[in-house]
Structures are given as structure tokens and as C-alpha cells.
Design a protein around this ligand. Structure first.
Ligand SMILES: Cc1cc2nc3c(=O)[nH]c(=O)nc-3n(C[C@H](O)[C@H](O)[C@H](O)COP(=O)(O)OP(=O)(O)OC[C@H]3O[C@@H](n4cnc5c(N)ncnc54)[C@H](O)[C@@H]3O)c2cc1C
Length: 483
């Protein structure tokens, strides 16, 4: 007997779409009959948004993926789009950090929170001589044992000193999460470095060893040779997934349909209440949602699950895309891929990324696309400002840091509400509590950027695992019915 199994996926971002694609493939390979409904309250892609406008290709959400691990490369191979992957511009592989109104390159070999090339680090103008000496002392510091969970700020300050934290690490790590380094958990946000202290005694020593072994051989600032995009922009990945899912058959996209709650039905099945209907009985659910949405839709199902999800705060941010004539910008200002701004500057801009300098196929040679980032946990109120005000702020900030006086040729604003989960102290405990609680709800599986990594590769990895778990769960169900 090969009974049809029904699955619902809630959320049509990269996590939900990857889970759908992988599950359909698993079903095809095992000759199982499956019908999936994918519910998405807005458009497919979640925070992915590439806008084609004449000669321009703008990114309103993510613009890159990191290939330290292989998930996107492998997914691209499966989708047969590997030839569309493009590298970053080799000539400008540099990150900048604001110091007052100056933009200063991150020292060569700097890896997220630590230097791996002492000579280059000792020449940086980002820190004072004492600040650099204190940071390099990290090599001699004994690892602390039996410490309770630390914030990113506590961990970095303890190992490298306050100056390194304030002037480099806060804008780098705080910028990724649009978060507060005093609240973010070191264990959850910087697991690799916490592990280095634990196993090697020193982060700098561990990085030097890795470099000698050739792991970070090309390290320049943020290891830019490992960042990639697609020729047609990041949304190409979403479009291809949608297209190939359609070709495989067995999935119905339920777009503009918001899921409001989960209902426990008889015989181990699950129902969904949505903005359009009370839907079919499902054998399994994959919830590929932001934490805040997960908290809302599980509220009537289970208080503990919902409460733990609601404690994962999701920050809102905003991206202002601006196009300028290249001739209006001093070319020295464009020597890199963009800059981050430390909180101590006390100004609204979090970061600015030079999209057209990072990747080809984004704009004509004589034009420049800049992306200004605002908001985050410390300044969410800014999203309430009008488009005109946000544009004005972006121009004011670009004048301050990049001395741009010219008017832009084009601007657009994207607001991303509740989009960036904050892995604050206790995060891993909350995820363990959610996972444990789900054991009482067989057939419900979760995935998404709030679990153990906000980067796209991690989302793809977790979604792949969720699809595998669902396939196994349905197999076990099938076997039980046969017996
Ligand atoms: C501005 C920005 C820039 C970024 N840049 C990068 C980058 O360059 N590289 C990188 O690796 N990562 C980047 N990230 C992070 C990365 O893009 C995200 O973590 C990842 O795309 C999240 O995917 P997701 O599918 O888990 O969640 P989402 O993309 O948030 O998708 C969740 C989906 O669920 C839907 N939904 C929510 N509630 C309901 C409901 N009740 N019913 C039905 N549907 C619902 C939403 O509409 C959404 O489409 C960036 C993030 C942002 C916000």
C-alpha cells in the first residue's frame, strides 16, 4: 500500500522552499505519494528580494552567500544553476570600519573577532597602540574554565580588551545581527571562537594554526573570496526553486494565505486555521517561520513552546538602496565592499554596502549602487519614519562618511519587520526547550533562521534536515499502517 501523505509547509522563505524541494525529491526517490501545501502570507522568498530596474539589479535583502560550508553550492548543483554563481570582485576585497567620519580598512587577516596576521594588525589605525597590544595579549591569556554563558561583549572584552570590542567587533558582529553585543550570546553567535578558546586556549593561536594549515590562506578582512552571489541576483535561487518545485508536481502554493493556528485532529493528524480556510488534515507540518510567527501560531497549541519562541526577539531593519553617478563619488571612498559603523559614533547608520563594487551584473560601469542599513534592536523606531525621511537620513550619513554631496539618481526603501532573530543569552536553552516540547507533537517539525544560524547556508542545511526528518516520519507511519 502506498497511501498518499499530506504535508503542510508554513513559510515560503528560503527555509520553507528548500524543505519543500528536498521533501519532494525524497518522496520521488522512495516512490512515496506525497501532496504538499505551502502556505505563505506574502510573497515567496521571505527576505530575498532582487529588483530589476532597467540596467540595474538591486538587492533589497541578502546580497551574498558564504561558502565556508557547501550547502548552497550543493543545492545549486542539484538545481543545475552552478554556472550562474558569481564571485566577488577580486580587486576590491576589503571591508572598512568607520572611525569617526573616516573609513579605515579592516586589517588583512582579521577573522570576525580576531586578528590572524599580527604584522598587519599592528599597523591598523582602527585601534590605539595600547588597544592593539592589549588585543595581542590574548595569545598569552589562560582560558577561563567553568564560566557561565557570556555575552559577545563579555567574551570579546575578556579576551581582547575594550577597545577591540568597541571599535571593531561591536560593529562587525552587531551589524550582522542588527543586535546588541551586550545581549547576544557568545556561545550562540560565535560558537567557532568559543570552541577555539576551549580547545586551543587562545583564539589568535587557533587562527594562526589554521592559517599555517592553509584554512584561511586567503583571509582578507571578511574572507571575501568565500562570498558569492548569482549573476541574476539572489532571488534567482528562489525563482529556480519555485520553478523546479512546480515541474516536480505534488505541491500547491497557497500564497497570500496566513496561518493563524495549528489544530490537533484525531488519528495523529494536524489542521491549520488560515486567513482563507480551515484546511485539510495533514500527516506532518514543517514550520519554516520567523520565531515571532512561530510563537503566534503555536499559542493555542502549547504555551511552553510558544513562550520559548516568543522569547527569541526578532529585530526589524531597513535597507535604503541608492544609485549614484560614479563621477559624483571620490573613487578612494569606493575602495572596498562597504563599511560598518560602531555604536560609539552615535549615528543612525549601521552599515553601508557597495553592491555594484562587490558584484558584476548589478549596474553599468559609470554608476554605483549603495545599500544603507538602518534599524536593528537599538533603533527600531526609525522604521516608522517616512520613505522621504529615511532617504534624507541615508544621504546625510553618506555625506558624513563618504563625502557624497550629489543627489542620487534613484532610491528605494525596504523595511524588514521582525526579520533578524536575536540569539541572546539563553538562546540555545530556549531552542532545546522548543525541540524537547515538539517531541510531544509527533509530525510537527521546525526549521528557520532562529534556530542555529542566520546565514542562508545554515537555513538551507536545517531545512534539508527537516525534510529528511519528515520523510523518515512518514516512512515510519507507512510501515506502522502496513503491520
Ligand atoms: C536585510 C537582510 C540582509 C541579509 N543579508 C544576508 C546575506 O547577505 N547573506 C546571508 O547569508 N544572510 C543574510 N541575511 C539573513 C538571511 O537572509 C535570512 O536569515 C534567511 O533568508 C531567512 O530565511 P527563512 O526562510 O528562515 O525566513 P524568512 O525569509 O523570514 O521567511 C519566512 C516566511 O514566512 C512567512 N510567514 C510568516 N508568518 C507566516 C504565517 N503566519 N503564515 C504564512 N506565512 C508566514 C513570511 O512572509 C516569510 O516569507 C539577511 C537578512 C536580512 C533581513
Amino acid at each position: 500500500m502506498n497511501e498518499l501523505k499530506r504535508v503542510a509547509i508554513v513559510g515560503g522563505g528560503i527555509s520553507g522552499l528548500t524543505a519543500a524541494f528536498k521533501l519532494l525529491k525524497e518522496a520521488k526517490n522512495s516512490d512515496s505519494k506525497i501532496q504538499i501545501d505551502l502556505f505563505e502570507e506574502k510573497e515567496l522568498g521571505g527576505v530575498f528580494k532582487t529588483v530589476e530596474d532597467g540596467e540595474f539589479r538591486l538587492e533589497c535583502g541578502p546580497d551574498s552567500f558564504f561558502t565556508k560550508t557547501n550547502e548552497i553550492l550543493e543545492l545549486s548543483k542539484e538545481l543545475e544553476i552552478s554556472s550562474s554563481i558569481i564571485p566577488t570582485n577580486e580587486k576590491k576585497r576589503k571591508s572598512l570600519v568607520a572611525k569617526g567620519d573616516q573609513l579605515i580598512p579592516l586589517p588583512e587577516g582579521f577573522v570576525m573577532i580576531a586578528p590572524s596576521k599580527e604584522e598587519a594588525f599592528m599597523q591598523t589605525e582602527l585601534l590605539s597602540e595600547n588597544g592593539k597590544k592589549r588585543a595581542m595579549l590574548e595569545k598569552e591569556l589562560a582560558p577561563r574554565e567553568n564560566i557561565t554563558e557570556e555575552s559577545v561583549a563579555q567574551f570579546v572584552e575578556r579576551r581582547f580588551g575594550p577597545e577591540m570590542l568597541a571599535k571593531i567587533v561591536q560593529p562587525m558582529v552587531g551589524g550582522i545581527y542588527t543586535g546588541d553585543v551586550k545581549e547576544l550570546s557568545a556561545e550562540a553567535c560565535l560558537p567557532e571562537f568559543v570552541e577555539m578558546e576551549r580547545t586551543k586556549g587562545s583564539i589568535i593561536k587557533a587562527l594562526l594554526q589554521r592559517q599555517q594549515a592553509g584554512v584561511d590562506a586567503d583571509a582578507k578582512g571578511a574572507r571575501y573570496s568565500a562570498f558569492y552571489s548569482f549573476e541574476k541576483g539572489m532571488y534567482y535561487l528562489i525563482d529556480t526553486l519555485r520553478q523546479q518545485i512546480n515541474e516536480m508536481g505534488g505541491l500547491t502554493f497557497k500564497l497570500n494565505e496566513r496561518v493563524s493556528s495549528i489544530i490537533k485532529l484525531d488519528q495523529g493528524k494536524w489542521g491549520l486555521e488560515t486567513s482563507k480556510s480551515q484546511s485539510t488534515a495533514y500527516d506532518a507540518l514543517i514550520l519554516a517561520l520567523p520565531a515571532a510567527s512561530l510563537a503566534r501560531i503555536t499559542a493555542s497549541l502549547d504555551g511552553v513552546l510558544s513562550e520559548n519562541a516568543s522569547q527569541i526577539y526578532c529585530a526589524s531593519s531597513c535597507v535604503v538602496n541608492l544609485i549614484f553617478n560614479k563621477s559624483d563619488i571620490d573613487e578612494n571612498m569606493l575602495d572596498g565592499f562597504g563599511f560598518v559603523v560602531p555604536e560609539e559614533n552615535n549615528r543612525p547608520l549601521i552599515a553601508c554596502s557597495y553592491l555594484s563594487e562587490k558584484y558584476k551584473h548589478r549596474s553599468p560601469e559609470q554608476k554605483v549602487i549603495l545599500r544603507a542599513f538602518f534599524g536593528g534592536v537599538k533603533n527600531e523606531a526609525i522604521l516608522q519614519e517616512s520613505d522621504a525621511k529615511l532617504t534624507e537620513l541615508a544621504l546625510q550619513e553618506l555625506d558624513f562618511y563618504m563625502k557624497i554631496k550629489a543627489k542620487p539618481l534613484y532610491t528605494s526603501i525596504s523595511r524588514w519587520q521582525e526579520s533578524m532573530p536575536q540569539y541572546t543569552i539563553g538562546h540555545q536553552g530556549r531552542i532545546r526547550a522548543i525541540t524537547k516540547r515538539l517531541e510531544d507533537f509527533p509530525g510537527i517539525f521546525i526549521t528557520g533562521n532562529f534556530i542555529s544560524g542566520v546565514g542562508i547556508p545554515k537555513c538551507v542545511q536545517m531545512a534539508t534536515e527537516a525534510a529528511q526528518k519528515v520523510a523518515q516520519f512518514l516512512q515510519v507511519q507507512k510501515a506502522a499502517q502496513v503491520n
